[in-house]
Write a protein that binds this ligand. Structure first.
Ligand code: UDP
Length: 457
């Protein structure tokens, strides 16, 4: 077999920001190790993105919703189903087009929500790698739902769900929200489906790092060929080995960069609460109100991302009465630049996995306010396993009250009780850098992946 061609990976993310960004960062790492990259995204997304990465080549395929995208589908389940019907053909066409243009593909790295890509890889004799954008703990839970070990309704005591691979039992409220919601049965089917043909793939790549999840990774590695390759944030924030590596990803939102950074430049070191609930999560109006007053009453100043679709839930006159000394509310910010800023004292977060991993990588302690999907599991690990944050407790109406918010912020930023949390956050930042630097656990895994690809190209 010839070794004269560069290996060429076709990257197929699920087309939302939180899935594309980590796959893009991984692609850049591959590219820096002489792998050619083509990212396949949907026609709709390609037309509508405010910012597109320029460092990698992007091609469009159809998901069956070229004019309206995911919103047109009406539901996650409808979207994934239609993408499956249309995607295989359009992905095959792209593979043929690349072959005809003299750049044949050797490998497909796909998001397991789109697990039909495995059949396409098999059809063309390509290496296949599933890329899980969530951490290994969450994947392990879905795997055990797939195996029927975790069932709805919970058969075990709520306090004692024993999941193989975890060192301690976890509670029902720590499990991804869909698992125990009967109305989410079809969504769970999709989550579980990620594992239905996973035994056929050559690699299972996880957006995490070994040191963070040793036990569960050791356990899952006995079942699947797992390789951790994270944290997937630009190298400039970690090992600084990739040149000109500012590009973060794809976004439909425009960051208010100057406003945020100018404002932060005037704040004392380690003093500001940065608040964001990511790109999708919506809060109940009552929760928004409690949060608003909790932030306003807190001793600390705050930078709060309120997406324009959420703004109407702010209490009446909140923005008008807010002084610029106390807080800044923006519709979107450059999150990594914010988290890196020396004025940030804590991150009040929904614990989406990207946000969590970004906070870990930049050493920022957290106040966790998980809402749904994998966020409760991430929050559990933040609090109990990594000890880099607290979880703000909800009341019986599932609302976190303003006093609780104030207390959590105080504990994490300034109290003696929060010292260990602050120290641990710093410790994880250093480990996150080491793992992607030369010879670190994630770097070695990426090297291994690349050398195997090189032998078949
Ligand atoms: N993000 C950002 N600016 C903001 C808010 C969020 O760039 O104002 C980015 C953040 O850095 C993260 C992503 O949006 O990479 C959110 O992903 P996450 O998995 O945390 O949450 P999701 O949006 O998927 O719920």
């Amino acid at each position: 077999m010839s070794t004269s061609h560069k290996a060429h990976c076709l990257i197929l993310p699920y087309p939302v920001q939180g899935h594309i960004n980590p796959m893009l960062q991984f692609s850049k790492r591959l590219q820096s190790k002489r792998v050619e990259i083509t990212i396949a995204t949907t026609k709709y997304l390609l037309k509508n993105m405010k910012e597109l990465p320029t460092s990698v080549s992007i091609e469009a395929i159809s998901d069956g919703y070229d004019d309206g995208g995911r919103d047109q589908a009406g539901s996650f389940v409808a979207y994934v189903t239609r993408f499956k019907e249309v995607g295989s053909d359009t992905l095959s066409q792209l593979i043929q087009k690349l072959a005809n243009s003299g750049c044949p593909v050797n490998c497909i790295v796909y998001d397991p929500y789109l697990n039909w890509a495995v059949e396409v890889a098999t059809k063309y004799g390509l290496v296949s790698a599933a890329f899980f954008t969530q951490n290994c703990a969450v994947d392990n839970i879905y795997y055990h739902v797939h195996k029927g070990v975790i069932k709805f309704p919970p058969t075990q005591n709520d306090k004692e769900i024993i999941i193989p691979g975890f060192s301690c039992p976890i509670e029902a409220s720590d499990v991804p929200s869909f698992v125990f919601r009967p109305e989410a049965e079809r969504i769970i089917e999709m989550m579980v489906n990620q594992f239905s043909n996973l035994d056929k793939v050559d690699w299972v790549l996880i957006n995490s790092f070994y040191e963070l999840e040793k036990e569960v990774i050791d356990y899952m590695s006995k079942i699947y060929p797992i390789k951790t390759i994270g944290p997937t944030i630009p190298s400039m924030y970690l090992d600084k080995r990739l040149h000109d590596d500012k590009e973060y990803g794809l976004s439909i939102f425009k960051p208010m960069t100057n406003e945020c950074l100018n404002w932060l430049n005037h704040q004392p070191i380690n003093s500001v609460v940065y608040v964001s609930f990511g790109s999708i999560t919506n809060l109940e109006a009552e929760q928004m109100e409690e949060l608003a007053w909790g932030l306003k009453n807190s001793n600390n100043n705050f930078l709060w991302v309120v997406r324009s679709t959420e703004e109407s839930k702010l209490p009446k006159n909140f923005l008008e009465e807010l002084t610029i000394e106390k807080g800044l509310v923006v519709s979107w910010c450059p999150q990594l630049q914010v988290l890196e800023h020396e004025s940030i004292g804590c991150f009040l977060t929904h614990c989406g996995w990207n946000s969590t991993l970004e906070a870990i990588s930049l050493g920022v302690p957290m106040v966790a306010m998980p809402q749904w999907t994998d966020q409760p599991t991430n929050a559990k690990f933040v609090k109990v396993v990594w000890e880099i944050g607290v979880r703000a407790k909800q009341d019986e109406k599932e609302i976190v009250r303003r006093e609780v918010i104030e207390e959590c912020i105080k504990l994490v930023i300034e109290e003696e009780k929060g010292k260990l949390i602050r120290e641990n956050a710093k410790k994880w930042k250093e480990i996150a850098r080491i793992v992607v630097d030369e010879g670190g656990s994630s770097d070695k895994n990426i090297e291994e992946f690349v050398s195997k690809l090189a032998t078949i190209s």
